[in-house]
Ligand binder design. Structure first.
Ligand code: BGC
Length: 758
């Protein structure tokens, strides 16, 4: 099929009508030319397929419910997430849709974000790796991804209208990199733009994001679809780079676009490009093939196995004092299970991502299965949350049971209506009387393990120190019950690591002073210091750091070798080290590579994740791990020049089992500075500039070349007392105070000459 030729056969009415969807999930057909509909369906952690016949219902057809995105990211396992993508692709195809609306890659900026469960992480690199793996898997099945929500939709508060006020560095270094990685490496068929505004402009009308960055700088060749109902001005959106408005509207909605083309406000070729993009995706989906293949939904069991493995690898063991876990018969006989979430687990958050699974494995049933007559299992639901009312039940019985059993397993967490699309969490601690209920059990049994079900961090200062064991079990999907029981009994060695920081207190978190926003906008005041980058720069001790998670084994790191010579030819540098399993259980460890730039022209985070690898090790086994780094991994974005800069100088590579447990480190020197465009193409190499307008006046004057340049433009000011007062300011700062004397254009000129100094 020649997409261009097909576009040329359309008349203007047909063209504009294709800009607006047909119904909730389908694009418009053009019967005259046998052009069928493209069918999309929600994800991201399952195929929530709502039958075409009845779009008024909310419930999708039964589908496998995988762990939600924050749980997926906690696996740190790229191969596994690719398999999840494959499984989702198979199910989507079998149900008859062509695009799955996922993955969702917005950054966890605030710990209260209602959709954090649907998003991977606070870190752009980890999010990017997960997105690439997921999309590769999904699209290998001939099903397209719709990576969402582009961009800066990081909380649900006033999400349809709020303006995310974000500075350029934070935009490029924190909020866009996962989209960039996905577009460049996995080529998603579609990108979904978000509801909110970015710096005052709706995402659906944001020309800089949709055209300059996405389509031009990153060469995105798919189509941009609006979030459902995110279009405010069809003509502006069409001009800004939106290709398809969803959900469907009657086709007279396209009339304004028709008029705009007639009046030449929108050039017809702009419209042609949109349709060309849509047709090209339809072609990839096989919609123009003579015979389209439909697969049968025959391997549910296989998909459930992948959901199970993902749930197992996601669970994070946060505390295990005195090796309270795994449960073994020589230590315990009577097991107390507390909390109705053991019987009715929360497997996912609320909103459009919600899938209805074929089955749900329940922790209580699975614990009973594994107890298998060796242990006596007692159960007390204890606390029930319905419609925001928490009800503690039979506390007397809870205390009685806590005192009677050898080990107490307490299931607590957030019900689905607490973490949901459309509303942020009202608070970070557990709702209602949960905390005092947990405390009651803890004070009557020192052998207590708390299992949390949530998609994002919970404030737990009131009881965490008393709990001997603690597991973050996430919204682990339909197989979560089986997975958590297997971990409690040691059938599976936990290997999940936190994809976000767990603060001690809500007020510690970086977004706190600017949350939720006011008068229609939210200031991203922390800039690039999001998540662990903030805790590092402020020296705040988190409760559990980013990247943290225990195992029933422990691992030793050694023998670091850095070979960074490749970097000088814009090739990969290599980080190599060894890990040994010192424990008696086989297990997986995720080694994390962070880059620290001790001195740079622009302020940088203390360290940034730039590589990781998850490896399996038998007891006593030692393995070499290789991780490649490239110049891009060293680069920051310089908004003054609109370039990415891998600056010459010294770097430190830190290898850790979490962002705070660094086991190995080594330094190397990058002899030159490399400048890249947004796509990552090397545009210039230069000897590192030793001076710029951001240096202090004192530093510039101390340099012979620097002094000459200043004298050339500013004259000899040696004796001017104002000049000596200003020695501790940068030239740029001085210009802010005295723009009349040193105007910004002059600073730019001096800056260029200073940077050009040999
Ligand atoms: C959500 C999207 C979702 C779409 C379709 C919107 O409200 O923000 O993530 O894909 O609805 O259900």
């Amino acid at each position: 099929m020649d997409a261009k030729e097909l576009v040329n056969k359309l008349n203007l009415h047909e063209k504009v009508s294709l800009f607006v969807g047909y119904d909730n999930w389908r694009t418009r057909k053009v019967e005259r030319l046998n052009i069928p509909s493209l069918r999309v369906t929600d994800g991201p952690h399952g195929t929530r397929f709502i039958p075409d016949e009845d779009q008024t219902v909310d419930e999708g057809l039964p589908a496998v419910c995988f762990p939600t995105a924050s749980a997926m990211a906690a696996t740190w396992n790229k191969q596994l997430i690719e398999q999840v993508g494959v499984a989702l692709g198979q199910e989507t195809k079998a149900k008859g849709a062509h695009i799955l609306l996922g993955p969702a890659v917005n950054i966890h900026r605030t710990s209260l974000g209602g959709r954090n469960f649907e998003y991977f992480s606070e870190d752009p690199f980890l999010t990017g790796r997960m997105a690439v793996a997921y999309i590769n898997g999904l699209q290998s099945q001939g099903v397209g991804a719709s990576i969402k929500h582009f961009a800066c939709n990081n909380s649900e508060y006033e999400r349809m209208s709020i303006s995310s006020e974000v500075a350029a560095r934070a935009l490029h270094e924190i909020y866009l990199p996962a989209f960039r990685a996905a577009v460049l490496e996995a080529k998603p068929w579609t990108v979904m733009c978000s509801y909110n505004k970015i710096n005052g402009t709706y995402a659906s009308e944001h020309r800089y994001l949709l055209m300059t960055i996405l389509k031009e700088a990153w060469d995105f060749d798919g189509f941009v679809v609006s979030d459902w109902g995110a279009v405010h001005d069809r003509v502006k959106a069409a001009l800004a780079g939106l290709d398809l408005e969803m959900p469907g509207r009657p086709d007279w909605f396209a009339q304004e676009l028709f008029e705009a083309v007639k009046k030449k406000v929108v050039a017809e070729k702009i419209l042609d490009d949109k349709i060309f993009r849509i047709f090209r995706v339809m072609d990839k989906a096989g919609l123009f093939d003579q015979q389209t293949t439909t697969s049968r939904e025959n391997n549910i069991a296989e998909r459930e196995t992948i959901a199970y493995h993902t749930a197992c690898e996601a669970m994070v063991l946060l505390k295990n004092e005195g090796n309270i876990l795994p449960i073994s018969a020589d230590k315990y006989r009577k097991i107390g299970v507390f909390g109705y979430l053991a019987e009715q687990p929360t497997i996912e958050g609320g909103g459009s991502s919600r899938v209805t699974p074929h089955r749900i494995t329940k922790p209580l049933d699975e614990i009973k299965r594994l107890a298998n007559g060796q242990y006596d299992v007692f159960y007390e639901p204890g606390i029930i949350l319905t419609d925001n009312i928490p009800v503690i039940q039979n506390l007397d019985r809870t205390i009685e049971l806590a005192e009677k059993v050898d080990i107490a397993l307490v299931f607590a967490g957030l019900p689905e209506f607490y973490e949901t699309e459309g509303a942020d969490r009202p608070m970070m601690h557990l709702p209602g009387e949960y905390d005092s209920w947990i405390n009651t059990i803890l004070s009557h049994n020192p052998h207590t393990v708390v299992v949390l079900q949530s998609g994002s961090p919970i404030e737990m200062t009131l009881w965490v120190d008393q709990a001997a064991g603690l597991i973050e079990a996430w919204y682990a999907g339909q197989e979560g019950g089986r997975a958590v029981a297997d971990i409690l009994f040691g059938q599976v060695n936990p290997s999940g690591k936190l994809p976000m920081t767990f603060p001690r207190r809500r007020i510690d978190h970086s977004d706190y002073p600017n949350y939720p926003g006011e008068n229609g906008s939210v200031l991203y005041g922390e800039g690039i210091f999001v998540g662990y980058r903030y805790y590092d720069v402020k020296g705040i001790e988190p409760l559990f750091p980013f990247g943290y998670g225990l195992s029933y084994s422990h691992f030793e790191y050694s023998s670091l070798v850095l070979d960074m010579s490749g970097l000088q030819e814009n090739k990969a540098g290599r980080v190599e080290f060894e890990i040994k399993n010192l424990g008696k259980y086989g297990g997986k460890e995720t080694a994390q590579v962070y880059v620290h730039d001790p001195q740079s022209r622009l302020i940088r985070p203390v360290k940034e994740l730039k590589g990781f690898e998850k490896v399996w090790l038998n007891p006593g086994e030692r393995k070499k791990v290789h991780i490649d780094l490239n110049l891009w991994d060293l680069a920051y974005y310089d908004p003054a020049e609109d370039v990415w800069v891998a600056e010459c100088g010294e770097y430190e590579i830190r290898i850790g089992s979490s962002s705070r447990d660094i086991h190995l480190s080594g330094r190397f020197i990058l002899p030159e500075t490399y400048l890249f465009n947004h796509k990552g193409k090397l545009i210039k190499t230069k000897k590192g500039f030793r001076l710029s307008a951001d240096n202090l006046l004192r530093e510039i004057l101390a340099d012979e070349g620097g002094r000459k340049i200043l004298t050339k433009y500013l004259g000899d000011r040696e004796k001017d007392p104002r000049f000596s007062l200003a020695q501790g300011f940068s030239l740029r700062q001085i210009s802010l105070y005295a723009p009349g004397e040193i105007p910004p254009e002059l600073v730019a000129k001096i800056d260029r000459e200073l940077r050009a100094l040999d």
